[in-house]
Each structure stands twice: as C-alpha cells, then as structure tokens.
Write a protein that binds this ligand. Structure first.
Ligand SMILES: *Cc1c(COP(=O)(O)O)cnc(C)c1O
Ligand code: SF4
Length: 446
C-alpha cells in the first residue's frame, strides 16, 4: 500500500524552498521569476520528487511541463518583464504591462465564449454546450489544478483575469438545463481540475443526475490531471474514499463513469502510486480514457507516443485523443506543424497493435469543431491536407472529408486555405454551422 503524502504546492512565492533548488542555474531561476509573472506556475512535492529528473534540467520533459522556461515568452516580452522585476506588484504600470502581454497571448482561444448556453435568456457562465450530446460543466470550486501545465489554454482562469473566468455555483442551473435538453447524453466535468474540489461538492452536482428524471444522461465524464499530478487524491487523501464511493454509486445507477485522464508523457505512468490509483478507479467499474496534446520539447516523437499508449493499455486505460496544442500562451515554444503532427501520429499509430488504435487525432479543437488531420496527398498535381470533423457544431458534418492547400508551416486551422482554388471550406457555405456563423471575423478565419 502507498504511503501517504501531504500535499505541498510550489509557486512563485516559495519555490526557493525546493529541496532541489541547487539543480537550478541562475538563468533557470531568472526564467522562473520572469515567465512566472505572466503564465501560471505551480508544481508540488509529488511532481518534484517522483516525476522530474533533476539531473536533466532544464530539458527534462516534466520540468518543462510544469516550470517556466525563458523561451516560453518572446524575447521582447521577456525583457519587458525582466526590467520590471523590482516593481511593486500593485503598481498600475506593472500590472498594465503584464495584462497587455497576457492579452497578446490569446487568452481565450477558439471563441470559447460562443459555446456558453442560456437558460430562460440568462447565460450560464459555468457551462459550455458546443456538441449536441455533451455539456461541459466547470464547477466554480474546481478552477485550479494540483500543478499547472506550462502549455495550458485555461490559464486565464488561474491568473486572476476574472472577466474570463467561467464559474457557476448553482448545481440547480446545471440540472435545470439538462432537464430541458433531452438530447444531451454526456456531462463532462472539467476545469481546471474538478478533482481539486471535495467529493461532497462533486456529489451535489452528480448524485441528482442518477435519478429517474435524468435517464437521458448516460455518461458522467470527469476530465482530470490528478492521476498525473496528485494520484494520492484516489488513495490516501482524506477525501479519497468518498470519491471512490461516488464513482461506485454512478456505476450502481447503471451509468458509465468515464474518466478522461490527461497524460503528456510516459513518466507520468511509471510510479507505483499512479498504478495503484488507476487500479483503484477501475475497481469501481469506471473506465479511464487518456488524452494529451502533442508538445514539442515534451512528447514530440512517435516512440514516446507509442510507449505512452502501450503503457496505458497495460494499465487497462483506453487511448482516446491526440490534440494539436491550442493557439494560446506559450504556443510558439510547444507548437508542431500540422504536417509533422500527422507524420508522427501515423508512425506511432502504425507501430502499435489494434488494441491501442482507439486513439484519434491529431485533432484541433477549433471554432467549428474538432478537426482531424487525416493525411497529406497529391491529387492531380495539387498537394493538400485531407481533414475531417471528429466533432462539429453541426453533427451532420462529422466524418465528411474536406481538403486544404498544403502548407508545410501551418500549425492551426485558421492558417489553412481551401484546396482546388475554392474560396470557402464546405462548412463555411450555406450557413451550415447555423445563425451568424457566416461571419469570418467571429471565426477567426478572415
Ligand atoms: C472535446 C469536447 C467535448 C467532448 O467531445 P468528445 O468527442 O465526446 O470527447 C465536448 N465539448 C467540447 C467543447 C469539447 O471541446
Ligand atoms: S491540468 Fe489541464 S487545466 Fe490544469 S493546468 Fe494542466 S492543462 Fe491546464
């Protein structure tokens, strides 16, 4: 049995107390001081003791995943902050500089504000309903994580930019919305990390969904990185048994508890604690699916992905999505061109058995939907990307192949142009995505 560990966070305020501080060079420390003021920074004792290889700093993948590094900001932004390091954090000029830099980093990508549903004319800020079957719910108490990923696109939620914060306290609103939307089969609890909240709060949201009036809700889904960043959540934390009991209740009510685990690197699957936690979650009858973005400097090789999928399957998890990193925050540091993402995916996918090939991608969560890069082909002398929707605002468009001019540098959908000299992609025509969506500006496709 795992020995208990008491959670301890390391942030900008106390990272100098790290027992491993001696491994950081003055340059590494300067980078933490500078970049940590713009992008969120939080690690914890499990991550620093059991996941990071301190003899491989700064290139260690888990260090890069959780600690600020110089190249995560542009040189110009870096120097701007460096010159203000001694400012009083409450100084308006300092605050304005930080805010301005953050705003240039596209803090709210893919028009997420367009997914907020309404109930009797009021907008429900703690929810997103983009794809017919699935409602995302952001418990307001779960807008944090056990550690922060340096690539995170949810970062405005952690950085005190409160006007962008999706938060909803009232479980009543969620339930009322679901009562009125019988087409919804899945509720996906997300954040931040919803498992930073107590089991009691989670029960307030989840238990009512197990009653007869919510027969249409088939899948209770939880998106979480706690298995990577704090597996003690499922084993020895005060609240661990209650959480396991809640998962069991969902199963006993005849519903699927689908756990969506974020794993970015095979190291996160290697400790005894994580293996035990996975076993315990699965013992409730819950399923664990896995997902990650493809990230340069962290997991940019087919061997890493193949190893990750194989390890996941060894542990009884189901590989689910490979994402393209979103256009936000430190994107320039982590980005991989679409063509390379496709090559990497194909190589990794073809090197594992069919059991691992439940994974889909590489996929971009863009305004119109989740768009997968299926391949590159030359057709009648024109080189192009073949794409399709894995998810779409208009479910009728899912699975239909479409074509974009080949572009070796493109890293996101908005950089692609239709192939065959067309002016628009098929989904941009005839108002196929519904009211108002013909507007290229809203789409970021102009
Ligand atoms: C990815 C995503 C979902 C879930 O999609 P699945 O394909 O069912 O996993 C739901 N809502 C939004 C906004 C998403 O981005
Ligand atoms: S766990 Fe998810 S929400 Fe939390 S910092 Fe990482 S990517 Fe962002």
């Amino acid at each position: 049995m795992t020995k208990e560990m008491k959670y301890r966070a390391y942030t900008l305020h106390n990272y100098k107390e790290l027992p491993q501080i001696k491994y950081l060079s003055p340059q590494d420390i300067e980078a933490i001081e500078v970049v940590g003021r713009v992008l969120p920074f939080k690690a914890n004792n499990y991550v620093v003791e059991q996941l990071i290889d301190w003899n491989n700093i700064p290139n260690d993948p888990i260090f890069t995943l959780t600690f600020p590094r110089k190249e995560m900001l542009s040189e110009e932004h870096y120097n701007q902050v460096l010159n203000m390091l001694d400012s009083d954090p409450n100084d308006p000029a300092y605050k304005e500089t930080i805010d301005t830099i953050r705003r240039t980093l596209n803090p709210n990508p893919a028009g997420q504000e367009h997914n907020i549903p309404t109930l009797e004319g009021e907008s429900l800020d703690g929810m997103q309903h983009k794809y017919r079957e699935t409602v995302l719910f952001f418990p307001s108490q779960g807008q944090t994580c056990h550690a922060y990923c340096t690539f995170c696109f949810r970062w405005p939620q952690f950085s005190g930019m409160s006007d962008l914060k999706f938060a909803m306290k009232e479980a009543d609103l969620l339930h009322e919305y679901l009562r009125q939307h019988k087409e919804v089969t899945d509720v996906l609890f997300t954040g931040g990390d919803p498992l930073t909240t107590t089991s009691r709060i989670l029960s307030t949201y989840i238990e009512p969904l197990l009653t007869k009036e919510f027969d249409h809700i088939r899948n209770i889904r939880i998106g979480s990185k706690a298995l990577s960043y704090w597996p003690y959540r499922f084993l020895t934390d005060n609240d661990a048994d209650n959480l396991i009991e809640l998962f069991t209740k969902v199963r006993q009510a005849g519903k699927n508890l689908a756990f969506q685990a974020h794993f970015n690197h095979p190291t996160e699957l290697s400790t005894d604690v994580v293996k035990e936690a996975i076993e315990r979650i699965k013992s409730t009858g819950a399923q664990i699916r896995t997902q990650s973005p493809l990230l340069d400097k962290i997991n940019n090789s087919p061997e890493i992905w193949a190893e990750m999928w194989q390890k996941q399957v060894d542990l009884g998890c189901i590989p689910y999505y490979m994402f393209i990193a979103r256009d936000t925050g430190s994107k320039a540091f982590f980005e991989v061109p679409l063509v390379d993402a496709w090559k990497l995916f194909s190589k990794a996918y073809s090197s594992v058995s069919g059991i691992c090939r439940t994974v889909r991608g590489p996929s971009m969560s863009a305004y119109p939907g989740k768009v997968a890069v299926r391949g590159v082909r030359e057709i009648k002398g024109e080189k192009m990307f073949i794409l399709n929707f894995l998810q779409c605002r208009n479910p009728d468009l899912v699975g239909i192949p479409f074509f974009a001019k080949f572009d070796a540098e493109a890293t996101w959908l908005d950089q692609l142009k239709p192939a065959f000299g067309e002016e628009k992609f098929f989904y941009e025509k005839d108002n196929l995505l519904g009211e108002g969506t013909d507007n290229k500006e809203i789409w970021g496709l102009a």
